[in-house]
Design a protein around this ligand. Sequence first.
Ligand code: AMP
Ligand code: MN
Ligand code: MN
Ligand code: MN
Length: 276
Amino acid sequence: MARLDLHTHSTHSDGVRPPEWVVQQAAECGAELLALTDHDTLLGVEFAQAEGRRRGVEVIAGVEIGVNDPVLGELHVLGYFPANAPLSDLERQLGDYRRERQSRARRTVERLSELGLEIDYERVAAIADGASIGRPHVARALVEAGHVESVPDAFNRFLRNDGPAYIPRTLLSLTDSLAMIHAASGFASLAHPTRYDEPTSATVAFADAGGDGLEIYYRNDGPDEIANGQQLARSLGLTPTIGSDYHGLHPDEIRPANVPMPDHAAEQIINILKDL
Ligand code: AMP
Ligand code: MN
Ligand code: MN
Ligand code: MN
């Protein structure tokens, strides 16, 4: 349906499908360009690219990095990289980030235990199976142990931001994340602006810090949200980007490459990313 999807997750972070499956879905929808953007890891990209070569889909290296702004709270930044990008520094920094995720998951398990919900960290790690570990893996362990009914139930009752078992992550600043992405010759887009408490302030802060794009065409955001985003992107000089944010965690999720984007906007971002 859509020519491209620039925001997807796989089993290398908290998605439930392997990278190859995500690429196959995109190919079946006729997409020409896909970015795999797992949380804090690039490790799934080579598998997606190999499948992309088999299926005729160009797959660019991507990542979704969580950052903290002292005023706006947690924001997510998407990074897109050219084929020959110098990624070694970025990969080392992401490795540190993933280790921090592991210790945070351990602390979450301890907090759950204090709340009377016993699960083993080893089980959470086994569910993650080497992926960048996150709350959805903890949620799945809670479901498995019979403490909650479903992943959304685990979030609603315990793991949501400010929930009783929420442990914040130690995050980079917005400026540092943009420096990391730009040092690797990348393009940075602000993920899902409509999901923040203050979308306009978040977008202005992102543009001021030197960000490049804005994820206006996001999941099933409505026409008013899209029109606001377009206006904001124009006034701040950000390039519109698109993403399904596919995880495969819920049956009603929009599937990869199923978010519509006007032709001229698709053309613009495809040209920018192909020329990085
Ligand atoms: P983390 O990166 O460990 O902080 O976990 C955040 C991830 O949890 C997000 O990227 C989503 O995939 C997932 N998530 C966040 N909120 C919810 C929710 N209310 N229900 C289900 N999944 C959620
Ligand atoms: Mn996620
Ligand atoms: Mn996100
Ligand atoms: Mn995402």
